[in-house]
Design a protein around this ligand. Structure first.
Ligand SMILES: [Ca+2]
Length: 428
């Protein structure tokens, strides 16, 4: 990761590979086709970029999973602000922040009142205590965007998976959630994951598998209505691993995108206090015992069951056990392909896609062939049902779309694990 090469990439910003994004498979694609999307590379040579957050003038904060927090200024200058353990060239460093597996520095969100308070919020894995946890940090950015200070950990108790287990799919650092977004109600929404722990999703007190709704100090939003006995920061619970949350432009309704287990990625319209219906504990719903007391990968997808049979065996939303659970509005046709970030397209420049949801999908690879890497453009009805889906793919290179963010210029920005931040601009 190099400062100079990044700057070079920015200065070279220009229309890049016309037609590199391909829209397919729906009526809408004919309205908003490849020739009407301009594609540019905003940054290359970034190391596993995870998330971005913008100021109105185009200033873009971004995270790299194993390096830290940086900012791209409108001039093209990149300043490295807060480095993680082992990262070099940062104005400040925090040696407790580390990466492992899926864990590391993840979501970032600038304060809507940044002009007055200079605050930014970043979610990262930390070894400050053992067992280690995921934390949401509040930072203050200095006047010339060269450093951050006044770190305050406003959430310090999101679980982290310490050790690889004897579960056949049990790597350390798994399932942290990780997206941070301000809602239109002014609260912070933080998404978390189940850390391969069957007890977490339905737990009233463990802050994994939740969407937390909190204020800038980490206190529960007063309007949260979780069930009796739950931690009051809980907005929704019973999730598996939520990496995407976005707010419907017309109604402000929060909507999540999350990873399924061998089947059924889900998009879910959230209800205050709602249960997302994931419960991978052993001996639930007739499943019996499971390795490491986690049935989240049962049965193994190599066992021959098709995805619908797997969905029946270990449902992402167990409506039989939890009839009041929030049903998904989309399940990726029953597939699990790594749904990550979510955003809404807004503005007349998007034509028929004005108001559509976009979801970044990272894809899966068997035998080295990536499958399903794309951005889905999902048009919703007024009552938030899926009306149409268009797939955008990178035609000439692979792209694990980790983050999608609408920029202040009305363009869609997307970060890929391969080390790029792309910009998609509608219009010729
Ligand atoms: Ca669910």
């Amino acid at each position: 990761m190099g400062y100079l090469s990044r700057t070079t990439a920015v200065l070279a910003l220009a229309p890049f590979m016309t037609g590199a994004f391909v829209a397919a498979s729906s009526v809408s694609a004919q309205m908003m086709n490849t020739t009407s999307l301009q594609h540019t590379i905003v940054l290359d040579d970034v190391d596993e970029p995870w998330d971005m957050s913008f100021l109105d003038d185009g200033t873009m904060f971004f995270t790299e999973k194993c390096d830290g927090l940086s900012v791209l200024l409108p001039s093209g200058q990149v300043n490295n602000l807060l480095g993680m353990s082992g990262a070099e060239g940062y104005a400040s460093s925090a040696d407790d922040l580390f990466c492992d597996g899926q864990a590391g520095m993840m979501g970032v969100a600038v304060d809507p009142d940044f002009a007055n308070n200079r605050q930014i919020f970043v979610y990262s894995t930390s070894n400050m205590v053992t067992p280690h946890t995921n934390r949401l940090m509040r930072l203050v950015v200095n006047e010339d965007f060269t450093n951050v200070s006044d770190r305050t950990d406003i959430v310090d108790d999101v679980p982290y998976k310490m050790e690889p287990s004897d579960h056949p799919f049990g790597g350390s650092g798994a399932h942290n959630g990780g997206r941070v977004r301000f809602g239109p109600d002014g609260y912070i929404y933080l998404t978390t994951g189940d850390t391969h722990n069957g007890q977490v999703p339905q737990s009233p007190t463990i802050m994994g598998s939740k969407v937390l709704r909190i204020d800038r100090d980490g206190n529960a939003a007063a309007e949260n209505t979780p069930p009796e006995g739950f931690d009051k920061r809980t907005f929704t619970y019973g999730h598996r691993n939520v990496q995407g949350i976005a707010f419907h432009p017309a109604t402000g309704t929060p909507i999540t995108a999350e990873h399924g287990p061998w089947h059924s990625d889900e998009i879910t319209v959230l209800r205050n206090g709602g249960n997302a219906g994931w419960d991978p504990r052993p001996n639930m719903a007739g499943r019996g015992d499971c390795p490491d007391n986690y049935c989240g990968y049962s049965p193994n997808q190599m066992d021959g069951m098709d995805r619908y049979a797997r969905a029946a065996f270990m449902p992402m939303t167990d409506l039989a056990t939890y009839p009041d659970a929030m049903p998904p509005i989309w399940d990726n046709n029953g597939w699990s392909q790594g749904t990550s970030s979510a955003a809404f397209l807004e503005g007349e420049q998007w034509g028929d896609w004005n108001g559509a949801m976009v979801v970044g999908i990272m894809g899966i690879g068997f035998g080295g062939t990536p499958i399903g890497q794309r951005i889905d453009v999902i048009e919703l009805t007024e009552d938030l049902k899926v009306e149409d889906v268009t797939e955008l793919t990178l035609a000439m290179e692979s792209g694990r779309f980790r983050s999608v963010v609408l920029g202040p210029d009305g363009s869609l920005y997307t970060a890929t694990d391969e080390g790029f931040i792309h910009k998609l601009t509608p219009g010729n």
